[in-house]
Each structure stands twice: as C-alpha cells, then as structure tokens.
Design a protein around this ligand. Structure first.
Ligand SMILES: Nc1ncnc2c1ncn2[C@@H]1O[C@H](COP(=O)(O)OP(=O)(O)OP(=O)(O)O)[C@@H](O)[C@H]1O
Length: 618
C-alpha cells in the first residue's frame, strides 16, 4: 500500500527527544545556575564580602591563643587577659553576624535562581508537543518540576554557600600556614590529593545512587497521580488493597534506592576522616620535633593545630556538601533532559499569523503513524468544505480522531500536507491556527475553579455579558442560575460537581465564547441520555451556526443533515456523499445504518423516514 516503504522509518517522529542535551555535568549545572543569578550581582557581592570577613575572622582566635601561650603567660601579663577574652568574644559575635548575613543573602540569591529555573522548566513543558506527553508520564514530569527543582534549591542555598566559604577559607588558611611553617604545611597538604581522588571516586557513585533515588520518587509520584485521579475506578472495582500493594512496591524501591545512597555516603565519610587524621598525626610527629629542637614555639604548634582544623573543616564539610552537590547533579540531569528536548511540532522561523480563516481544510496524500510506527493514515486525501458540515463515521480505531489531531497540529504527518485555505498548517503560527479551531469532545476537560472561569477560558478578558450570552446560547444559563452561587459556583476537580450534560454544555459555552471559524465535534454526544441530549443538541446547533464543522460520530442519527459524510475504515475512505446518496448505495454506510436502525426500510428515501430525533441542524 505504501509506495515509499521507508516513510515510517525515515521521516517519522522519533520517540527520543529531538535534541539530546549535553549530559548535566556539575560544571554545566553551575554555569546554568550562574546565568540565573548574575542579575543579582549586588547581593552576591555583599554575600561574598561577608564570606571573606568570616574567613579572615577565623584566623583571629588561633592567633589570640598563640599570643596567650607565647607572650602573655610567660610574661605574666595579667592585665592583658581580659582583652584576650573580649577579643575572642568580639570575634565570635562578628563571625555570627557575617555568617548570618552571608547565609541570608545567598539563600535569597538561590531561591531566585530556583524560581527562575522552575518557571523555565514549566514554560518549556507547556511548549512541548502532544507526542512528548504521550512518551512522558505526568507523575514523572510533576516530580521533575517539584522534587528535582527542590534539590537544586538545596544546592544554591546551602551547597553553593558552603562551597564558596570553604574554598576561600581553605586557600587563605593554607597560605597563612605556608607562611608560618612551609615544611609542616607541605607535609599536611600531601594528604590532600588522596582526598580528591577519594572524593571523585565516591562522587560518581553517589550521583548514580541519587539519580536512582530521584527516579524512584518519580515512580511513586506517577503512581499517586494515576491512582488518585482514577479513584472512582479503583473503588468501583474494590481495588484499594491491590493499589496499596502496587504502591508499596514502588515505595519499597524508593526505600532501597535511598538506603543504597546512604550506604555509599556512609563509606565515603570515614575514608575522608581517616585521611584527615593522617594529616593530624603528621603535624604531631613533625611539629613536636620542630618544637623540641627549638625551630618552633609551643604557641605556634598549638595555633598550627587550630589552623589545621580550619583547613580540615572545609574538607570535612565539603565531603558532606558533595552529597548535596551529587544529589543536585542527579536532579539537574533530569531537568536538562527536559530542557534539552525540543518540541517536534513548533512554529517555523518564518511562520505566518493566520488572521482570518474561510475554513477549507485539505489532507493531501497524508501518511501518519504514532510513535509505535503502526500506520494509521496512508496516502490519505480528504477535504472539509468551508461553511459546511462534514461528518466522518467509521468503526472504532479507523483513524477519525487522528484526523482531528492532525488538523489541530497536535501531531505532524510524516508525509503529505494538511492545509487550511490552501496554506500548509506548518507555515502557520500554531497559536493563530488553534485560535481558529474549537473542539468539543466526548472527554470534556474542565478545570478546577468556578463556572465563569471555565467559560472565560475560551476568551480571556471576556465581559460578564459575553459569558452569559455564551452560556445562554449553550442552554447552560438556566442550570447555572439554579446554583446558589450562579456563575461563581465551584465545579470541583475536572468538574466533578456537575452532571455529564452540564459539563458538556459548559464546554460548548466555552467554545461559543471563543468563536472559532472551525468547529470539531469529536463524539460530542455519544455518552449522553436523551433528556440532556436535547439541550446539548440545541447548544450545538448554536455552536455550529455559520461555521465550518467536522463532526465525528458513531451514531448515524446525529449526522444525517451533514453536507458530506465520509465513511472511514482502517485509515481509508470507503465512500462519501450525503445521507440519501449513501443510503441509496450498497456500501458500508448502508450496512451501518441497517445495523443501527433495523426497523427502517433502508432503501426508503430519507424524507420518508421518521425525522431523526437527534441531529445537528443549523
Ligand atoms: N497517542 C497514540 N499513540 C499511539 N497510537 C495511537 C494513539 N492514538 C490513537 N492511536 C492508534 O491509532 C489508531 C486510530 O485511532 P483513532 O483514535 O484515530 O481512532 P477512532 O477512529 O477515533 O476510534 P474511536 O471511534 O474508537 O474513537 C488506533 O489504532 C489507535 O490505537
């Protein structure tokens, strides 16, 4: 059937992201963070000043200790002791003040960066095409926007802060120690390369372990999202225990992943401590010798030990910070995975704005498959005439909804062109194309909020009068006014507080308010009872007035007035014509009609048939 057997393989949308991002290295993580924080340079400069002050003040206490041992005690200068005590206290107060200020400033810089990244991630996800949402689970995306971004927050507010302080302190103390006694300092510093190797070795493992933790968190989140939004289904099948067990399995994976991460960290820290104590042993061994042979004073060795602690503190803290960094790096990898994925359906650089639509939609030699490569439409030709009602009927899975997905550019075909008024959809700006389309489907999507908010979603900024006019046209005004809060009534999550018919009429009011040139009705009335269907029919009649309409229906009763009816089967149009023409033929339509209306004389002209009770008329 397919003249170009390679089309699904060559040109099809890949299930992989369009552009693989560079793996989220720690360096690139900091670079991105920097881009987000550079605007706050003044806050950062102040924080940095505080950090320098902290590092310099750290020297004061060991220096005062050295002075006491080497000068005040031997010379019995009692009067100076009070100044030493006041000096220590004053230093401690200043240390507290600058520490407080630097933490506060860095935290606000960090929070701002995280706010920006979360916003960027959310906007990026909003820009993605529908295929992306087919491939990625909602719970997983939610987990990236919440948990993973929170991990970065930790990095900026505590991690980044301590890294800057620690490195500065480390360099300043090392330089000072080299100045006091370079031989002893070099002996101590000899243990540091070993620390770097150990940190690198464990760092990689910790990052992998934390990535696993984040993934299991996402799995838990996916499960929660799936099950809480399907709670009615679970209860109707009494599957609460079954779901609790499935949840426990995911939760257990998360627990195991956490334990594994903790174990990796638990081995790492003692290793670092061992190396730190090796440094201390070296100072005792060599420092005591230098003191014994008189090349160093007792005060100096005591101060040296205090400096060593100052030198080691950053390393010890860094070994903990590395934990945060690796956790953040794992989260960051998951964030750039999304940020680096480009939407496969997007505006072309030279896309044009569609200001007015006649409504002629044409499918020209279109071939399309979803990500699973199974062809749904092959070399498909089809046309919707402007200002007319075009209907598509056909068996389940024939490809009816797929046609609407291509019209709205939820997906692009791999071959052929879909055009509107002779312009390929790919040349139009997506938002302008969609502003001319209105979809009312069987799956009604309402948002948590008031009735008014849901109707206004069709046209932001619409006046109350416009909202009411749309609701009246959709036969919704009366039932809305019967609620105590009227248009301000809360409808609950996905509109749970409304009946099926009420929800449908609100969705029609929303479409009427939007006032699009083209309306797509996708099985819009298939699940309604006769009573509510009457009001829905009235509402739809208003909606269709003066527009180009595509109606998809299983029940033939609803489309008999259509100007053209297409019968679709496995992505192929079997026949087309008006109801009367198709009934007069001997094709699939007639078979379907006889199946749905066994009592009717199929061959009878339409006019002789009982007028259909439910049908769209203008
Ligand atoms: N997002 C998707 N990913 C993969 N395959 C899909 C997707 N949506 C639909 N399909 C497949 O494409 C084919 C056509 O589906 P489509 O929804 O267009 O049929 P339909 O004629 O509207 O059916 P129904 O009347 O049952 O709604 C089916 O085989 C279906 O399994």
């Amino acid at each position: 059937m397919n003249p170009n057997p390679g089309f699904m393989g060559n040109n099809r949308m890949s299930p992989l992201p369009a552009k693989r991002p560079a793996r989220g290295s720690i360096w690139s993580m900091y670079k991105r963070m920097f881009l987000h924080v550079r605007a706050q340079w003044l806050l950062m400069a102040t924080a940095f000043f505080c950090i320098i002050a902290v590092s310099l003040l750290e020297f004061a206490i060991p220096r005062l200790t050295q002075l006491t041992i080497d000068d005040i005690i031997p010379n019995q200068r009692y009067g100076s002791l009070i100044w030493i005590a006041l000096g220590v206290l004053g230093t401690a107060l200043l240390l507290g003040l600058f520490n407080y200020l630097s933490s506060l400033l860095m935290a606000s810089v960090g929070q701002r960066a995280v706010y920006d990244i979360r916003g960027e991630l959310y906007r990026h996800i909003q820009r993605m095409d529908i295929g992306f949402f087919d491939r990625n689970r909602t719970g997983d995306l939610m987990s990236r926007v919440t948990n993973d971004v929170n991990m970065l927050q930790q990095l900026v507010s505590s991690g980044m802060m301590s890294i800057v302080t620690d490195w500065f302190t480390f360099i300043a103390v090392a330089a000072y120690m080299l100045w006091i006694n370079w031989q002893l300092t070099l002996i101590v510093l000899a243990t540091f390369p070993l620390m770097l190797i150990t940190t690198q070795f464990f760092g990689k493992r910790m990052r992998a372990a934390f990535k696993k933790v984040q993934e299991t968190v996402a799995e838990v989140s996916n499960h929660l999202q799936d099950t809480l939004s399907s709670i009615r289904l679970i209860k109707s099948f009494s599957n609460e225990d079954f779901e609790a067990e499935r949840f426990a399995l995911r939760s257990e994976s998360n627990m195991k992943a956490n334990l594994h991460a903790v174990k990796t960290r638990a081995v790492f820290e003692p290793f670092i401590d061992l190396l730190l104590f090796t440094g201390l042993a070296a100072v005792l061994l060599f420092g005591a010798r230098f003191t014994m042979d008189g090349s160093m004073t007792i005060g100096t060795i005591v101060a040296f030990m205090a400096y060593l602690r100052l030198l080691q503190n950053p390393i010890r803290r860094f070994s903990r910070t590395i934990n945060t960094i690796q956790q953040s790096a794992a989260a960051y990898e998951r964030i750039v995975d999304i940020l680096g994925t480009e939407p496969q359906v997007a505006d072309a650089p030279d896309a044009i704005e569609l200001t007015h639509a006649e409504g002629r939609v044409a499918f020209d030699n279109v071939s399309f498959a979803y990500h699973n490569d199974v062809p749904v439409l092959t070399n498909f030709d089809f046309e919707i005439a402007p200002g007319k009602i075009t209907a598509i009927v056909g068996s389940s899975g024939a490809g009816k909804s797929t046609i609407t997905h291509l019209m709205t550019r939820f997906y692009d075909p791999q071959e052929g062109t879909v055009s509107l008024d002779g312009i390929s959809l790919k040349r139009l700006k997506l938002a302008s194309l969609r502003s001319h389309l209105g979809i009312v489907s069987q799956d009604i999507v309402l948002l948590n909020g008031t009735i008014r908010e849901n109707i206004v979603y069709g046209k932001h900024g619409a006046s109350d009068e416009e909202v009411e006019a749309a609701a009246r046209a959709a036969s919704a005004h009366d039932f809305i006014m019967s609620f105590p809060q009227g248009y301000d009534s809360q409808i609950g999550e996905r509109g749970v507080k409304l009946s099926g018919g009420q929800k449908q009429r609100i969705s029609i009011a929303r479409a009427i308010l939007k006032n699009p040139a083209i309306i797509i009705l996708d099985e819009a009335t298939s699940s309604l009872d006769t009573e509510s269907e009457k009001s829905i029919q009235d509402a739809l009649a208003h909606l269709l007035e003066g527009r180009t309409c595509l109606v998809i229906a299983h029940r033939l009763s609803t489309i008999q007035q259509a100007d053209t009816i297409y019968v679709l089967d496995k992505g192929v149009i079997l026949e087309s014509g008006t109801h009367a023409e198709l009934i007069a033929g001997q094709g699939k339509y007639k078979q379907l009609y006889e199946l749905q209306f066994p009592q009717k004389e199929a061959a009878a002209p339409v006019a002789e048939l009982e007028p259909p009770k439910k049908q769209f008329t203008r």
